[in-house]
Design a protein around this ligand. Structure first.
Ligand code: ADP
Ligand code: MG
Length: 248
């Protein structure tokens, strides 16, 4: 087996079997720091399951997931979050009855409890960080608005912000632009390109225009396996990809 410590994430031989059905089947792929890595493929290809395995929501049957030298398959979900992996699910999980500010504040990583002057200093640090993230996610003018009044796209950005405030080194997004308007999609691409410094992002997406705008590398999944991999230009012209996915 090869090990290359230059990768931020190395997935090797990853398999999960549900009652004998291999939803992810001997999957290997690698993610570099500062890389936007997009996973595409037909429905049921195993894309969401692959993210479930990386974030510890689902246990692997076999294989390895190395992240910054740590073996994630042996860790619990909260330990994986603590190690620096943030995961956004398809449906935004924000607190509808809290404001944008409060949603971000509540997601700020908690340290030990502090008192007096230290607490004051920490409050200032939190407010500054919330303001910084709010600007990044295009919500700086909505801080006092209750989250329930945001548009669908703004809710998606808020959830990305709630992950960003924890400063993950790997951020995983499952179909982040589904249901978004064209202008929201363009802004989301801009957002991803803004946040990539110092981290990597794995995105599952069906919108090929969006994928073209963001992807540094594309992995095409089919029946739990890698069908094709490389630049968007490369996979787009791969006859196997056209046959099982793009041709439809
Ligand atoms: P994708 O995200 O690429 O559309 P999924 O990863 O959601 O695909 O699903 C891959 C396959 O695994 C599907 O056939 C799905 O029905 C199956 N699957 C996913 N999770 C489970 C589970 N917990 N138990 C049984 N089968 C599952
Ligand atoms: Mg899915």
């Amino acid at each position: 087996m090869t090990t290359n410590n230059d990768f931020l994430l190395s997935v090797e031989g990853l398999t999960v079997s549900f009652d004998g059905f291999k939803a992810v089947d001997d999957l290997s792929f690698y993610v570099d720091p500062n890389e936007i890595h997009v996973i595409i493929g037909p429905n049921g290809a195993g894309k969401t399951t692959a993210l479930d395995l990386i974030c510890g929501k689902t246990r692997a049957t076999s294989g390895s997931i190395r992240f910054r030298g740590k073996e994630l398959t042996e860790m619990k979900e909260h330990q994986i979050v603590h190690a620096g992996v943030g995961r956004k699910f398809q449906n935004p999980s924000i607190y509808e009855d809290l404001t944008v500010f409060e949603n971000l504040e509540i997601s700020f990583p908690r340290g030990r409890s502090v008192f007096g002057a230290l607490a004051f200093k920490r409050d200032k640090e939190v407010r500054e960080r919330v303001a910084e993230i709010a600007e990044m996610i295009f919500l700086e003018d909505h801080l006092e608005e209750r989250a329930e009044y945001l548009s669908h796209g703004q809710k998606q950005w808020l959830e990305i912000g709630m992950l960003l405030i924890q400063n993950p080194e790997l951020l995983m997004l499952d179909e982040p632009v589904a249901g978004m308007s064209v202008s929201e999609r363009v802004k989301t691409a801009e957002l991803l390109n803004r946040i990539i410094q110092g981290r990597a992002v794995i995105v599952i997406e069906h919108d090929m225009k969006f994928v073209e705008d963001i992807a540094h590398k594309v992995t095409v999944l089919h029946q739990g396996k890698v069908l094709s991999e490389g630049s968007m230009t490369h996979v787009k012209s791969d006859p196997k990809v056209v046959e099982v996915y793009l041709g439809h």
